[in-house]
Write a protein that binds this ligand. Sequence first.
Ligand code: GLU
Length: 489
Amino acid sequence: MDKKIRVRFAPSPTGYLHVGGARSALFNYLFSRHHNGTFILRIEDTDRSRFVENAMKEIFESMKWLGLNWDEGPEVNGDYGPYEQSKRLDLYKKYAEKLLESGNAYRCFCSPQRLAELRTEQEKNKQNIGYDRHCLTLSEDQVAEKLKKGDPHVIRFKIPHGRIVSFEDSIRGRIEYKSEVLDDLVLLKADGFPTYHMANVIDDHLMEISHVLRGDEWIASTPRHILIYEAFGWEPPEFAHLPVILAPDGKKLSKRKGAASVMDYKQNGFLPEALFNYLALLGWSPGDDREKMSLEEMVKSFSLKQVSAKASVFDEKKLEWMNGLYMAERSALSLADIVVPEWKKKQWINSERSTHDQYLLDVIELMKVRSKRTTDLVENSVYFFKDPQTYEEKAARKYFKDNAAELLKEIYTELEQLQVFDKDHLEKLYHDFAQKSEISFGKIIHPARLAVSGVSFGPGLFELLSILGKEVVLRRIKTTVSFIERNRT
Ligand code: GLU
């Protein structure tokens, strides 16, 4: 490609950034990085009725968390700003007037009430819904008079009839629409704000956007946009409409099924690099069977040619699996920043405790490979901070029977004498004990784990014991022995 590559993500601040929006942003990002282009963030905030306070802040925060850093846009600025459409109102007005002058647009004074009645009528008669060009026939004098009176009005685009509007979608191929099916859309509203269509086209042109990569719910808007470009005499950008994302049951994503906000995923224990990697695979594949990929690999391999037009399925189980891989790869220190504050919130550790504390780092190192989410790591580590209050019932029935208490007592004595309380010495101690007592290893391993952790699963026993330390291990075994003795029938 010899053209300068400039792409944009253009969210409307009408709510949080959900996975669909994030995936669009991410494809734009990968595309720009692959071509050494520019990634722009533009805020499309001209629909004041749908404006949500703080949405913009959350969008910024979500994008930064995912690593989708923009080269131009709010906060960082750039040569094509401002990047918030509400700050560009004069521009839209000026361009709408140009279209009036060239006869591609006209003023429409129809009241909302007339439009509503028109719609009802069309619905009743099973006609196409759309504006009936009532005001197109107004004479210049009539328009001048209404303007003088200050009658509220909008500016509408005059769709040329009898045309086939077509464009080449980089993912779907050629797409054609008959212009008759498009009605005379509003460009500028009565309050002076532009509609999405108007502002979107003008900004994509003025910001020199080379490629528009957006969700496929915008396909039907594209022929309208093409006609607006044409009316201005501008060359449209290339278009690529990204496949829809569905829930595993084939239905639309809902908040319960995947459509949660990016920040919810953060909250629920996912790592940004895992979500990034997973979202990249929603509709795109590198053309081979690679799934876990570094950012560099994704940037290097990304191509619209490998984006499928077929709907992609958001599978949270797979995301979880991917997250587990990234968890295992993360350093304990970097995970400490996420999990240590959570342990403090739960008051399992003192609020003064440092994230560099060796005990905490040891716990994280041991547990991270066994956790799919950071929230699992937080929860499943409880026994490193608190003595078990209960024992897993089924396991207790199985492992705390027969002579379990006696064996635990004997081991207690041995452990008490152990000088170096580390993994290797503990392992040797247990082996020697099993041999000496002529019992199977399992008979002493499982009760020990249950005694010190309260659960029947977790990391290797000897690592667990060595991290907990002698004092804690002895105390917990003692408690378990009394528990077994108390519960004996
Ligand atoms: N503001 C639109 C949105 O909220 C942008 C669509 C486009 O990328 O053209 O998704």
